[in-house]
Design a protein around this ligand. Sequence first.
Ligand code: NAD
Length: 471
Amino acid sequence: MVKICCIGAGYVGGPTMAVIALKCPSVEVAVVDISVPRITAWNSDTLPIYEPGLDDVVKQCRGKNLFFSTDVEKHVREADIVFVSVNTPTKTRGLGAGKAADLTYWESAARMIADVSVSDKIVVEKSTVPVKTAEAIEKILMHNSKGIKFQILSNPEFLAEGTAIEDLFEPDRVLIGGRETTEGFAAVKALKDIYSQWVPEERILTTNLWSAELSKLAANAFLAQRISSVNAMSALCEATGANVSEVSYAVGKDSRIGPKFLNSSVGFGGSCFQKDILNLVYICECNGLPEVAEYWKQVIKINDYQKTRFVNRIVSSMFNTVSNKKIAVLGFAFKKDTGDTRETPAIDVCKGLLGDKARISIYDPQVTEDQIQRDLTMNKFDWDHPLHLQPMSPTTVKQVSVAWDAYAATKDAHGICILTEWDEFKKLDFEKIFENMQKPAFVFDGRNVVDAEKLRKIGFIVYSIGKPLDQ
Ligand code: NAD
C-alpha cells in the first residue's frame, strides 16, 4: 500500500488529500499539521474550512484511508510520498519584504523531512513557490540525509476556493514537474499513477521542474490580470456611458478571448493572486527584468485603484460624507461559497469607510465575527509605503457591528454595499429592506449581483460597478 503524507492541513492540503483518499482507496493518506485546533476540527463534524461537497468526501474516507494528525514526524517517516502544502505568504521584513515569498515554513518542513526520514522519499511541492525553489529544497534534503535518496517534484495546485471539490474531481489539468533523470522520471510516474486513478491521461501534463513551478505563478498572474483589465475598463465605462457587462460580453465572444473571468467587480482578493504577483515581480527584479516587473505591478495597482474608486464613489454619492452614517456591508468573504477572508477587498473597503467615520454593519453567511474583527484590526503591508503600518484604533473597531442576517444589517442603514456575490443576496426582499432604511437609500453593488432596474423602481439610488449611473 502506497503511503502519502501531506504537511499542511489548510485550504489546499485538506481538500486535495481528501479527494486523493476518495479516488485511490488503496492509498493511505495522512494529513498532518502543527496547528492542534485545525487538526481537531478536521477530526470533528465541523471542518475548519467551508467548501461545498467537502464534508461528504471527508466523511466517506476519514478513519478508513484518510487520517488527520498532529504527529507530523511519525507520518512523514512512514510515507513514500510527502506533499508539502504549507503556507508561503509574502515576506513582511528583511530582504524582499513586501514582495518575496516567505519560505520559512517550507524550509522548516524540508529540514524536518531530512531529519526524520529513514527511507527514500518523493517530496512534492504542493504549495505555490518561487521558480527554482526545488533547487534550494534539494540542497537542504541532500545535505541532511543519511544516504537517503529524495526526489523532488513540483505539482502546483490549481483549485479555486468555493469550487475546490469540483475542480479536484475534474481538473482542467494536473501538472507534474520533475528532474529529467532516470530517478526523476520514475518519481513523476509514481505521482502520475496516483492521479491517473481518476484524471484522464491527456490532462496530466509533465514538464521540467522550473516550468511547473513558474506555470503556477503565471496562471495566477494571467487570471488576476484579466480581472484588472476588465476593472480598468469599468472605470472607462462609467466615464463614458458604456456598460461594462455589455463590453465584457462583446469582448468575450471572441473565441481567442473567451467569456470566463470577465466580470467587473470591486477587485480581486484571496490569499493567492496578490501574493503570487508580488512574488513574480520580485523574481523578475532579481533576474534583471525591471520592465517585466513593472508590467505585473500594474495588475495590483489597478486592483488597489478599483477598491479606492469604489469607496470614493460611496462617499461622494452620499453627499461627500459618510460620517456617522450606517452602511450595511453585505458579504465579507473574498468570493462566494467560501468563508475565506484573506486579502478580501471587503477589508480595504470597510477600512476606507471607517476612515471617513462611517458606522458599518456587516453580514456574511460564512464569516464569523472573530474573523471580521481580526481582519479589520490586522496591519496590512503597504509595499509602496512600508513604514505606514497602522492598526485600527479601538474606537474605529467599535464602529463595526456584525449582523446575523441581511435584514438586520440593513435596518436603519443609509446605504448598502455589496462586496461578495452570494446567491442569497439576489433573492432578498428589497421592498422590505427599503422600508426599513434611512432615505434616500443607496445601494452600491460591487459585484453587479442585484437587478439595478428593479431596485430603482422601488426607490433606491443604485450604483453598479462599470455601469452608467442613469441606467
Ligand atoms: P493555509 O494557511 O490554509 O494552510 C497551510 C497550513 O500549513 C497551516 O494549517 C499551517 O499550520 C501548516 N503548516 C505550516 N508550517 C507547517 C509545518 N512545518 N508542519 C506542519 N504544518 C505546517 O494555506 P493554503 O491556503 O492551504 O495554501 C497552501 C499553499 O497552497 C500556499 O503556497 C498557497 O499559495 C497555495 N495555494 C493555495 C490555494 C488556495 O486557494 N488557498 C490554491 C492553490 C495554491
